[in-house]
Design a protein around this ligand. Structure first.
Ligand SMILES: Cc1cc2nc3c(=O)[nH]c(=O)nc-3n(C[C@H](O)[C@H](O)[C@H](O)COP(=O)(O)OP(=O)(O)OC[C@H]3O[C@@H](n4cnc5c(N)ncnc54)[C@H](O)[C@@H]3O)c2cc1C
Length: 404
């Protein structure tokens, strides 16, 4: 599958796979048990260039796009999707900046994100604003050359280890969804602090935290695009970020298979390897086929996505415009339906695969001595974040019903 990888894609895949085996595999169960993230990994990810994979060379990135990012996330997630999550969450925080920041803002934030000097994160969810992201209670009041932010965000991935947060807030509560705006808020801004860290089922190596904004003074120049465009910023970010969740899910499924199949081949029962039982072989055939199909669909989508995204970004840099404006000039097509389809398909495939792997391995599959139960716990989140699968299906259905 995906035989025609470019040199850059091969290099990224190989370096992520090697890094994951060498650095993540030996520590994954320890940090899962401790529910901690080893901060030294951030420096190592940065040295490997992982934070700049999907950023243009102009900003110090590797010049890749959504495909390269997905390949990296897939390879890292084959070993540990929790410890490697900062690579994905920093890209998630960078995408709204890539799409909606002006030239000056791009110059300000993208080089430090690409180098890994600063990690980006995405702060949309609030206690009462989950699937209904428009129910934002965080407010941003304009005062002179600043906005004063007040409110609470929760469930922020890489929450207390990031530096540059894309924060959504209502600049005009009377306008509801059309009154939401997106801001970049940097760590250390007065009035911005971290809250509690969640105790979770999976991806335990990544800190999911609350963020508090109490009369937090954010320079007006940190507003992304215009007031009231927050809904577009978040929707279009998900168009390009959900393939990353799908890549994570596929990596998790492949990781579970890579631990399970060798075990099935060596485990003897009734005088033969359990892999040799036809019932077991059929289960392997079923899950493997699903994983390969999802993978194929993912890279078909990202390869097509990149055909617009990359040249449009080059144009935005050349014309000093926003990427979003340049994308609109090339095509009015949105990727919402495809991103939702692949996230839904890949995440369900991941959980189904990992759960099957636990069953196939029997008692050892259920034991924390063996990594397969961890893959199952880690898979679950891919069905939830960046929109639950109900929400993905709502988006797919809305589009499909329009088309027929
Ligand atoms: C570990 C973790 C990390 C996260 N990281 C981030 C992050 O970095 N940044 C961020 O902003 N958020 C993050 N989130 C939040 C995540 O995106 C939300 O949890 C998710 O969107 C669901 O929102 P909710 O939890 O409020 O569930 P709810 O919206 O309360 O949904 C509960 C149930 O109702 C269903 N439901 C709701 N509305 C509908 C509908 N219209 N039709 C059908 N079913 C519906 C849902 O599908 C779900 O089954 C994270 C969450 C977790 C758990």
């Amino acid at each position: 599958m995906l035989a025609n990888l470019s040199e850059l894609q091969k290099e990224i895949s190989t370096s992520c796979a090697e890094f994951a085996q060498k650095r993540l595999k030996p520590i994954r169960s320890e940090y899962d048990e401790r529910e901690e993230f080893p901060l030294e990994l951030l420096k190592e990810f940065a040295q490997m260039g992982f934070f700049g994979i999907s950023l243009p060379e102009k900003y110090g990135g590797l010049g890749g796009c959504i495909t390269e990012l997905s390949l990296a996330i897939e390879e890292l997630s084959k070993v540990d999707s929790g410890l490697s999550l900062p690579v994905a969450t920093s890209a998630l925080g960078a995408i709204p900046i890539m799409l909606y920041a002006n030239d000056k803002q791009r110059d300000k934030w993208l080089p430090s994100i690409a180098s890994g000097e600063k990690l980006a994160a995405f702060a949309l969810s609030e206690p009462q604003a989950g699937s209904d992201a428009t129910a934002q209670k965080t407010t941003a009041r304009k005062e002179g050359n600043s906005y004063i932010l007040n409110g609470v965000k929760h469930f922020c991935s890489s929450g207390n280890i990031s530096d540059i947060y894309v924060v959504f807030a209502s600049t005009d509560p009377k306008k509801g969804a059309r009154g939401i705006s997106a801001f970049v808020v940097e760590k250390g801004t007065p009035g911005f602090k971290f809250g509690k860290k969640e105790k979770k089922l999976g991806i335990k190596g990544n800190p999911t935290t609350e963020l508090y904004f109490e009369n937090c003074i954010v320079p007006a120049e940190n507003l992304l695009f215009n007031e009231g465009f927050g809904l577009f910023v978040l929707q279009e970010t998900f168009d390009y970020s959900r393939p990353g969740v799908a890549a994570q899910a596929i990596g998790i499924a492949e990781g579970a298979l890579s631990e399970t199949i060798p075990y099935l081949k060596q485990r003897q029962q009734f005088g033969q390897s359990i892999a040799s039982f036809q019932a077991i072989g059929h289960e392997i055939a079923e899950i493997y086929t699903r994983v390969e199909s999802a993978r194929s669909f993912l890279y078909d989508i990202t390869t097509n996505m990149d055909k617009d995204f990359k040249p449009a970004f080059d144009k935005a840099i050349e014309n000093k415009t926003t990427l979003r404006e340049e994308l609109k000039k090339i095509s009015r097509k949105r990727w919402t339906k495809y991103s939702a389809m692949i996230k839904y398909l890949a995440s369900e495939t991941a959980f189904h695969t990992a759960e099957k792997c636990v069953n196939l391995c029997g008692g050892i599959g259920y034991s924390r001595e063996f990594p397969v139960e961890k893959f199952m716990r880690d898979a679950k989140i891919t069905e939830i974040y960046e929109g639950t699968n109900h929400i993905q299906k709502n988006e797919i259905a809305a589009q499909v019903l329009k088309e027929y």
